[in-house]
Design a protein around this ligand. Structure first.
Ligand SMILES: Cc1cc2nc3c(=O)[nH]c(=O)nc-3n(C[C@H](O)[C@H](O)[C@H](O)COP(=O)(O)O)c2cc1C
Length: 332
């Protein structure tokens, strides 16, 4: 089997079939722009957005709804509890540059599960079907679902769930190969992705523990998935998609230019400054730094320096000092 070189979700042509995962607090507009500039990502997801909150956001003002991507499609991921939340959220998203909707079926945060969202919605097939039916009736955009495997891998339930997804017009299924209890403590279970791929006729996007070209290729080959989604590794290395393209589809890309960690960090701060309200910038920089610092042997020092900074300028200065001294210590 060959690694596919594109992925089609309804009328969205995704080239290459590499997807940035939704990550709360991280995959906002400035971060997505950073990754797009580095190249190689075929499709972005927003972070999880509450449908109830989206309905009251202003598309012009809300940094949650902003989309300044130049050429790459963006799917908005929604947290929905009930079908009645769908129409007002969709009305708002029609005013945005939205190219698809994803229903979050994997979040296991207690406050959300208690109200019946995320993984709890996945476990309530009838309510989930009614949410999807409402979504499908409101939009022509691609509709995707992103799920984990629940409490335990109940394949009888999974088969009926996936059958329901197809009946309700879901265009692609993203499978994060983990059980609810797994968190990030054990490796993702790619065999789950393959099993779901065998059950359905719509495209399946595999997710979990892909960090480089070698693991991306293994996921394609072992699970037969149609696309690969990457989360944490793309925060550590926003150029990871470009690196994968250069290795898996070398005829499609320019050679990877040398990466300057300092330049990437400075650019991220520029993008945060251009697009986020002032009170949000430092927090988002700290979240990003927790991953980016993992590139360095003494990354915890960089993380602590930024973590203890009181302003964005102080954080940038501290990070610049560290990167100037330690850039040669990258483990990349
Ligand atoms: C900080 C963080 C935030 C996340 N937020 C979301 C989210 O908003 N929606 C979602 O579906 N998954 C979320 N996830 C899960 C990721 O999308 C992805 O499924 C998971 O990180 C596994 O992929 P990876 O091994 O490539 O990181 C989050 C993960 C992390 C680490």
């Amino acid at each position: 089997m060959k690694v596919p070189d594109s992925l089609r979700i309804k009328d969205l042509e995704i080239v290459p079939p590499l997807v940035m995962a939704p990550m709360a607090g991280i995959t906002h507009n400035p971060f997505r722009l950073l990754v797009e500039e580095m190249g190689g990502c075929g499709l972005f997801y927003t972070e999880m957005l509450s449908a109830a909150a989206v309905a009251n956001e202003s598309p012009e003002k809300s940094f949650y709804l902003q989309n300044h991507l130049q050429k790459t499609p963006l799917i908005y991921q929604l947290l929905i509890y009930e079908p009645s939340q769908v129409p007002p959220a969709i009305e708002r998203l029609k005013e945005c540059r939205c190219q698809g909707i994803d229903l979050n079926l994997g979040c296991s945060a207690p406050a959300i599960v208690k109200k019946g969202g995320g993984i709890a919605l996945m476990q309530d097939r009838d309510r989930c079907a009614s949410v999807l039916r409402e979504l499908r009736s409101r939009v022509n955009w691609p509709v995707t679902v992103k799920l984990r495997l629940g409490e335990k891998a109940d394949w009888h339930y999974m088969e009926r769930l996936c059958g329901m997804f197809e009946e309700e017009g879901v265009d692609a299924i993203v499978v994060h190969g983990r059980l609810k209890k797994d968190r990030f403590k054990r490796p993702a279970r790619w065999e789950f992705i393959r099993k779901i791929k065998e059950m359905v006729s719509v495209p399946v996007i595999g997710n979990g523990d892909v960090t480089d070209a070698r693991s991306a290729k293994s996921m394609f080959l072992e699970t037969k998935c149609d696309g690969v989604m990457i989360g944490r590794a793309a925060v550590k290395k926003p150029w990871v998609f470009r690196e994968i393209v250069a290795r898996l589809w070398p005829y499609k890309s320019e050679p990877l230019p040398e990466i300057s960690f300092l330049r990437v960090y400075e650019r991220y701060v520029e993008l945060l400054t251009s697009y986020l309200p002032e009170e949000r910038r430092l927090g988002r920089l700290k979240e990003f730094t927790a991953y980016f610092a993992q590139n360095f042997q003494f990354g915890h020092t960089m993380w602590r320096l930024v973590q203890n900074s009181k302003t964005l300028d102080e954080a940038l200065k501290n990070a610049t000092d560290f990167l100037t001294k330690h850039a040669n210590r990258a483990t990349y």
